[in-house]
Ligand binder design. Sequence first.
Ligand code: XMP
Length: 507
Amino acid sequence: IVLVIDFGGQYNQLIARRVRENNVYCEILPYTCGIEKIKEKNPKGIIFTGGPNSAYLEDSPKISEEIFELGVPILGICYGDQLMAHLLGGTVEKGDNMTREYGKTIIDYGQSTIFEGVDTNQVWMSHTDYISQAPEGFEVVATTKNCPVAAMQNVAKKLYGVQFHPEVEHSLDGDKILKNFLYNVCEVAGDWTTSSFIDDKVAEIKAMVGDKKALCALSGGVDSSVAAALMHKAIGKNLTCVFVDHGLLRKNEGDDVERIFREKFGMNLVRVNAEDRFLGKLAGVTEPEAKRKIIGEEFIRVFEEESHKLGKMDFLVQGTIYPDVIESGLGDSATIKSHHNVGGLPEDVDFQEIIEPLRELFKDEVRKIGLELGIEENLIFRHPFPGPGLGIRVIGEVTKEKCDILREADAVYMDELRKADLYKEIWQAFATLPDVKTVGVMGDERTYAYLVGIRAVASSDGMTSDWYKIPYEVLERISNRIINEVEGVNRVVYDITSKPPGTIEWE
Ligand code: XMP
């Protein structure tokens, strides 16, 4: 294992992903975790991340100096580099406009094991403070115009520091530098792959669950699907999946889940068709947060009722993934991701323990594992879908008629995006149905029908997004087809709002 010690920088998850791309398992720990915890993990290497503070200030993030005596190779990046310099007796100075470097920067590399095979000179910088003097025992192995110590090393102690960010793509040979550190300095085996993960995890689950029983809430989303497939591989029929179909899914989605998991995988799958029940509760409700609450609560009630019918379960499977764990503060205790992303955990379900088979994985790793387990691409690369589903894409009151219209329009839209090879490029796209009718003319007749909104966004995490520029010809085909093929619609509009100030969903 390699440990990434988090000092609060913005690229921390990216560092961990880069390490794993080199087939090396790594975990992120906060700098506050304590030296004992670090020793317990017995790491082959340690990486200090960047961070927004100044290393020389009293109350900035620090770490026990004992870490430098463990004999474990350390790579400090940006703040991590400055912190190492500061703690070991070098000088870190407050920067000014002259020392500040931001963005693409030309670097002059010297000799170092970590620079082997590097033949470009562009790196990505993002710092104001700088190291003016490397600590005793260190040699300077790179400089830039503004930075007298752009990289330093103490080979005997296996300590390395770089001011730039090797984890970002704009550091052209950053991947080589990380690889050199991992393979040449830490001497890792590099045998962590998705297949080895599956084998190890299956063995671990078997040992943990034995012939006890586990229950999984399957939503048809990527995380719960992969978690279910992995559990199934380990414990087969001792796993039961409950799929609550709230009637607010996209076209064919419920049938797809049944086909894949019951027919193809042969899982114990209970599909609860609860459309009437959800629509009944939603009748007359127009306020978005009220709709969310109703859907979330009803979802839990249905799940509880079904699980009671199944009797006592020993384990409840959750599709928690690594970013959820990190975001929740890196606790050791199980973080609880609400199944289906709605509501919370059922309070009244009889189980003893939570099992989270994907807890260590990033989303792209979850996808790879899903494909390897035989889940089809269509499901694995599906755009994110909110737990309340069409309940918040039908604006205003939710009715079956409106959901059906929206499902058809959305299906046509997705079909055209796939045909134009845009689906995978877009982070999330969907149609919405505002509670608005407009006038049109079709043939010789006046129409008075619904308006469909189409939205597509470019984003990396959904926190911020830009509206995606779909080519005009594709927009034209989408609009023509929706109006011609979906009864009850006579107008299509394209949402050109970024987030912020807009949100991705309309409600
Ligand atoms: P917004 O609309 O807040 O959406 O910009 C950001 C991302 O979150 C999804 N989203 C939800 N997911 N339950 C969910 O599980 C919800 O109530 C919910 N609301 C929005 C949205 O689809 C987008 O990916």
